[in-house]
Design a protein around this ligand. Structure first.
Ligand code: BDP
Length: 591
């Protein structure tokens, strides 16, 4: 799936702005055909944004069910001879799109785009109405999972509807990424797939172009203004001599342009930024362009004040500047695929990305319920496989994506997890044979049933935080024994994908105690001492980049405070420790 771009042959209308919004309190909107005529009694609502924190009404914030968005847009008469599509960047978690009262498309899953051709539903040279119903209900049929519970009370016979979920970030809801209407020519470039390989100093680009209709394809590769290669055909190989490779810290990008001609005339053109690089796991090393890479960075979230998970270019660029400032070279899109705009920035800034599917909360940390085979079912698996397909189809061309994570902390100690993840990992590797695959684990190395299925061992650990509270002296001993256990059993490179401690900015205590900035720094420092002496450890991602919103709980003080930065992106004490450390450790590092 190509990103929606304006080019010489394509036009785009970005429908970001204020929409009309209405909560469907009784869940009757579909039945009553609310999409058939303009909505009444609406309030203004920005798109893209989560709606939860925008109004002053806690009922809107906490609503479980459907909300409706609507606005008008004009389609110019010049688009008559084109194909017109509607693309929704992401809507959490289920959405149905109507154009002029007729259904255009529906989609499940809140973190990936979907689209439909709407040419036949439009009035050209006129105003059109788009209506989107978005449902934030979680279930075990989709990812991330959750469930609705009815709590009864004799004083309130209808009961209370509560959404339960087992992941640690707030279930922000609404249209989180831009909605775009765009026009392409009747015959056009539908998709481009590019993979790259590296031979010494030379790079090889293998490509495939998928067309709607017919025509002659000409491919050119540009280094700035300089054309460095030209070829033709819908598939082929391009060898580049003395390639400027893409790698973390040195993100060279070429422009790969596909031109489609019909009877000698240009009908469509699409430029794709391409980074030539090769990723491989060999023994206990994670190699980028043949060199052992060391991951320094964070697990992140798409999360900021008021707009929640809504796309925010200001926050995003600030975050990349902070990643650079602190000396990071990578992050994980914990716990769902982030906006495409973020991956383009990662390509540009030279940040390696571990891209994660929204499979989080497939665990029961109290160990009371069985997950695989009972909660996780055939439908979950089917959806999971579809999500992998959609995610890889969207992001396959990004050089920044160096590994797929198919899940975070599943109940991998259950027998049923093996059959499930065998299928998910196999499918992921079929879809993309060029990138390693992982599952981020919280199980013990002796109990996991899936540790051998992945290419890289990724583990999350919270010694001296969730266990042995306050006992920092135990960290080194426990962590070292644990990580050695993983390596001895599976013999794969290890990344510590989460470790950290909550700190409330401004809380100080010496000697350190929990929740102070000193304790967070001391804990992180002690973990890193262990990482430095284990040769098979190829990376450290601190949890989390910034404080973020969660559902309310006794152990959450205005959300999760494990941020190295506050939610407003200001550094805590630990940030200065990491800055000094990460600027000292090179990106390519063999211990
Ligand atoms: C880990 C989860 C992460 C949580 C973190 C925490 O992967 O989503 O936010 O714990 O508790 O288990 O801070």
């Amino acid at each position: 799936m190509l990103y929606v771009l304006e080019t010489k042959t394509r036009e785009v209308k970005d429908l970001s702005g204020i929409w009309r919004f209405k909560v469907d309190w009784k869940g009757k909107g579909l039945e009553e055909g609310w999409y058939g005529s303009p909505l009444r009694d609406t309030i203004p609502m920005p798109v893209p944004s989560s709606y939860n924190d925008v109004t002053q009404d806690p009922k809107v914030r906490d609503h479980v069910g459907t909300v409706w968005y609507e606005r008008e847009f004009v389609v110019p008469s010049s688009w008559k001879d084109k194909r017109v599509f509607v693309r929704v960047g992401a809507a959490a978690h289920r959405a149905i799109v109507f154009v002029n009262g007729r259904k255009a498309v529906e989609h499940e899953g809140g973190f990936l785009p979907f689209e439909a051709e709407v040419t036949d539903l439009l009035k050209f040279g006129d105003e059109n109405r788009i209506t989107i119903a978005v449902d934030n209900t979680l279930s075990w049929d989709i990812l991330p999972p959750g469930e609705v519970r009815w709590l009864s009370d004799p004083m309130h016979p209808e009961g209370y509807k509560v959404l339960e979920y087992y992941f640690d970030f707030y279930n922000y809801s609404g249209i989180h990424r831009p909605v775009k209407v765009y026009a392409v020519p009747r015959e056009y470039v539908k998709d481009i797939s590019v993979t790259t390989r590296v031979f010494g100093r030379d790079g090889l680009i293998e490509y495939e172009v998928n067309l709607e209709g017919e025509g002659d394809v000409v491919v050119t590769v540009w280094d700035g203004e300089l054309k460095v290669a030209e070829t033709s055909g819908t598939r082929g190989l391009i060898a580049l001599k003395d390639t400027k490779l893409w790698e973390p810290g040195n993100p060279n990008l070429y422009l790969f342009r596909v031109d489609l001609f019909s009877h000698g005339e240009l009908v469509d053109t699409y430029p794709l930024p391409v980074g030539v690089r090769e990723v491989r796991v060999e023994g206990d090393k994670f190699l980028i362009n043949g060199k052992p890479f060391y991951f320094k960075g964070f697990g992140k979230h798409e999360d900021s004040d008021i707009r929640g998970k809504g796309l925010d270019h200001v926050i995003n660029v600030k975050d990349f500047n902070l990643l650079k400032w602190i000396g990071a070279n990578s992050f994980r899109t914990s716990h769902y695929p982030y906006a495409e705009e973020i991956l383009y920035l990662a390509d540009l800034y030279g940040m390696a990305v571990i891209e994660e599917a929204p499979a989080v909360g497939m665990n029961d940390f109290q160990g009371r319920r069985k997950i695989f085979g009972e909660k996780v079912n055939e439908k979950t698996l089917e959806h999971h496989l579809k999500v992998m397909e959609e995610m890889i189809s969207r992001d396959k061309n990004h050089p920044c994506v160096v590994m797929w994570s198919v899940a975070n902390e599943p109940a991998s100690y259950e027998e049923g997890a093996r059959a499930y993840f065998e299928k998910v990992v196999r499918r992921t590797k079929e879809l993309d044979p060029t990138r390693p695959v992982t599952v981020v684990e919280s199980s013990g190395y002796h109990e996991t049933k899936i540790g051998d299925l992945v290419d890289v061992t990724c583990v999350n650990r919270y010694y001296s935080w969730y266990t042995d509270c306050g006992d920092l002296d135990l960290v080194e001993y426990q962590l070292e024994r644990d990580l050695r256990g993983w390596y001895e059993r599976f013999r794969k490179p290890v990344i510590l994908t989460e470790f950290g401690a909550d700190s409330v900015v401004g809380f100080h205590r010496d000697p350190p105690v929990m929740f102070t900035e000193e304790y967070q720094k001391e804990l992180v420092e002690r973990y890193t001492r262990v990482l430095d002496r284990l040769n098979f450890v190829v990376g450290e991602h601190v949890w989390n980049f910034a404080d973020f919103s969660t559902k309310q709980a006794v152990h959450r003080v205005l959300g999760n405070r494990k941020g190295v930065f506050t939610r407003q992106r200001q550094p805590k004490l630990v940030a200065h420790f990491l800055k000094e450390r990460w600027h000292r450790i090179p990106n390519f590092w063999e211990k």
